[in-house]
Design a protein around this ligand. Sequence first.
Ligand code: GLN
Length: 492
Amino acid sequence: MTDLHRLSIRELSEGLASAKFSSRELTEHYLKRIEKIDAQVKSYVTVTAEQALAQADAADAALKAGNATPLTGVPIAHKDIFCTQGIKTTAGSKILDNFISPYDATVVAKGKAAGLVTLGKVNMDEFAMGSTSENSYYGATANPWNLSHVPGGSSGGSAAAVAADLAPFATGTDTGGSIRQPASFCGLTGLKPTYGRVSRFGMIAYASSLDQGGPMARSAEDCAYLMNVMAGHDAKDSTSVEKDVDNYVANLNGTSVKGLRIGIPKQYFNVAGLDADVKARVEESLKKLEEMGATLVEIDLTMTDAYVPTYYLIAPAEASSNLQRFDGVRYGYRCENPVDLMDLYKRSRSEGFGAEVQRRILIGTYALSAGYYDAYYVKAQKVRRLIQQDFLKAFESVDVIAAPAAPTTAYKIGANLSPVEMYLGDIYTIAVNLAGLPAINAPVGFDKDNLPVGLQLIGNYWSESQLLSVVHQYQQATDWHTKRAAIAEENV
Ligand code: GLN
């Protein structure tokens, strides 16, 4: 079969179970596509062909023996932030260029246990700091919809790989939008789960109180399959929550759009810099949901102006602390010929970290320093609570909240926005992380340059099933999620 990359996860699962094709065939098909197409997209940092084929053969044996899970033999790409035993894990950084983890992240281990086949590790902004994937030591990844544009970030490699049909789905992480924004830029569905739903063990930390892993795929249905594997308590991560996991696939039709109250924050649609096409497509998608029976309710999110400054104090503060461990001593990059220990620390870090990471370490260290701690960090924590309360108040009168995922479509590669301009682009996604809420992006059309636009739906705590279900039904009634970039159509 030459079009295995066109199949949804459910179709792959059914095809493997009924032996229409084998996992080896499917894996070889994807590896061949990566070999032929990824030179243009540059989504993979590491391709693990040999291991993938061995995993595929093991999956085929399990399928034959009748002890397969629904995902046995299905290929996946992992964001290069998830530790993979025996395979390089770089987090997009020079400082981890030679790092091979001695253990698997829980998300990776769960994937293996479910029989997933790892195609490789995909590109990202260094330590997940960024919105374009250009902050990677491994170079920029291209947006499959237009190769001179970025795929978004930080999970840009995950998004580009799926949008170019170089993986059927991928893992991502979201600290301030890094699943939703690249999903939006690449025309995909991506879910940022409630904080604590997915284990962070073995997921290289950026800002620990905000980081959360989640699925990126072509549809809500595909995401639901991956959520069934990723979600759940983990004794190795004390912030993962002991709470029953839903069967996200079984629940895909569990929430009716009829009667669903969708909150429209009036502050969100008057943001300076909101692109007219993005606004129009999002409004059209809301109209469609209204036709399907939802009610649109105007709401007030009064803290909107505080999102960017609050996030850009808390995230760098946590990052400056988390990144102290990269010192060139036990693993990772070490500078040449250090004269003493201080020189080793200083030069290993100056040479090993890129500019944006160094900027965040500086901001974070400043915000946490004795003289400024109360004025910046503590204040930001207080504002963070107000932002959370703003959402909780809104959820007293609505079921979900709608927003664009980003104010614009994908930037041009090399657009070279100033740091502050870049940070302002995170306005619609970061508050969700500050509050720990779940949110999903769904593709809802294109701008005048044929670049994808995304609708974001924010849910109350633990409402992943509801979000997936609402998007699933929208996707049953529309076909935006079936559109493919020209490069993905290429048969190899
Ligand atoms: N763009 C945001 C940042 O640079 C979010 C990144 C993320 O979610 N990892 O921090």
